[in-house]
Every structure is written in structure tokens, then in C-alpha cells.
Ligand binder design. Structure first.
Ligand code: GRF
Length: 200
């Protein structure tokens, strides 16, 4: 079974959706680690409640991004992680992790990329007064929400739509779609990670 690490910075509702799918037997993965860059975030509580090991760190405790990413990398290798699943992780992934997990890092973003990358994609869509927005799941590269797209699902923005109502609709899709796509990727049998060749 594939080991996955979920990276999150806040609430962790997508992380919870994955935990629930694994427990229900609909996602054939072992959630081996939660990586969180905000030690007080609610996702860390969710990890503890579910018995998922967590690595919660404060970037300020490290001299550089390369330094904390090196430590993350060591934790991932220790837990024999195959895939990195970003779910509300508010940082760009740096070269060390990108190299070590090439082709095995995915992200979910609450817009139809390439529209509205970066922060507050839901607010950006409302401000732009577009009729449609949605959810994108994509492979991660060095850019901000720029990697190859795996799947997108559209959401209509209705008259009088509020941020809360739009967020509810988007998250309902995310919580279904992310575990589904993950299950699809994990069962393609393309994970050929040889831990002996790891650079750390
Ligand atoms: C999600 O909307 C996801 O698309 C975005 O960040 C949000 C995280 O929400 N990248 P949660 O922490 O999973 O509740």
C-alpha cells in the first residue's frame, strides 16, 4: 500500500476527508504523516485524533527554507512516503522536495486554473464577477499553482452568491474529488520510488 503525506497549514478539512475515506475502505493508502507549518493549526488536532503522526514545524526555527525542507525530507523518507498531497499548504515547494518526489506531488486549488492562482482564489473569482469557477487538482512544479492539470470540476456562481456559500460548494467537491483522484493515481501502479537512491 502507498504511504502518503498530507501537507496542510490550517483547518485540514481535505485531510479529514482523506482520513474518512481510508477508514471507510474507499482509499487504499496509508496516511503516514501530516506535515504542517503552523503548529497550532486545527489540522494537527485532526491528525492526533486520527492517530496520524505529525511533523509540525515553525519556519522561524530554521535558518532557511532549504533547512526546513531538508528536515521534512528526512521525515518523509523515515516514514517511507511515496506521495505528497498538498491540501491547503500555504508555501511553495522548494527544489529539494521537488527533486526527491518528482512526479509524486499533487495539489488542490479552489479555482479553474490558470485562472485565479495564489491566495484567496474564491475571493478573486467573486471580485472578477465570473459566472463559473471550480476546483483544480494538478501536479506540483516550482511555480505557484502552475503544474500539469489532472482534473477540473466546474461550479456555477449564482446571483447573490456569498463567499460562504461558494466556499461550501467548492469544498463539497474537493472532499469528494481529491480522495477519488488520489485513489486513481495510487492504483495506476506507477510508483517506482527506490528509497536506496534517495539523496538524503
Ligand atoms: C482548500 O480549499 C484547497 O483548495 C486550498 O486550501 C483549502 C484548504 O482547506 N488549497 P482545508 O484546510 O482542507 O479545509
Amino acid at each position: 500500500m502507498n504511504n502518503i503525506a498530507v501537507f496542510a497549514s490550517g483547518n485540514g478539512s481535505n485531510f479529514q476527508a482523506m482520513i474518512d475515506r481510508v477508514q471507510a475502505g474507499n482509499l487504499a493508502a496509508n496516511i503516514a504523516l501530516l506535515v504542517c507549518d503552523r503548529p497550532g493549526a486545527y489540522c494537527v488536532e485532526r491528525a492526533k485524533a486520527a492517530g496520524v503522526p505529525d511533523f509540525a514545524f515553525n519556519a522561524k526555527d530554521y535558518p532557511s527554507k532549504a533547512a526546513f525542507e531538508q528536515e521534512i525530507c528526512q521525515q518523509l523518507l523515515k516514514e517511507q512516503v511515496d506521495w505528497i498531497v498538498l491540501a491547503g499548504y500555504m508555501r511553495l515547494i522548494g527544489p529539494a522536495l521537488l527533486q526527491e518526489f518528482a512526479g509524486r506531488i499533487i495539489n488542490i486549488h479552489p479555482s479553474l486554473l490558470p485562472q485565479f492562482p495564489g491566495k484567496d482564489a474564491i475571493g478573486q473569482a467573486l471580485a472578477a464577477k465570473v459566472k463559473w469557477t471550480g476546483v483544480t487538482i494538478h501536479f506540483v512544479d516550482e511555480g505557484m499553482d502552475t503544474g500539469p492539470i489532472i482534473v477540473q470540476e466546474r461550479v456555477r456562481i449564482e446571483e447573490g452568491e456569498t463567499r460562504e456559500s461558494l466556499q461550501r460548494k467548492i469544498q463539497a467537491i474537493e472532499h469528494r474529488l481529491y480522495p477519488e483522484i488520489l485513489q486513481m493515481l495510487l492504483t495506476r501502479g506507477e510508483v517506482k520510488h527506490d528509497k536506496k537512491t534517495s539523496t538524503y
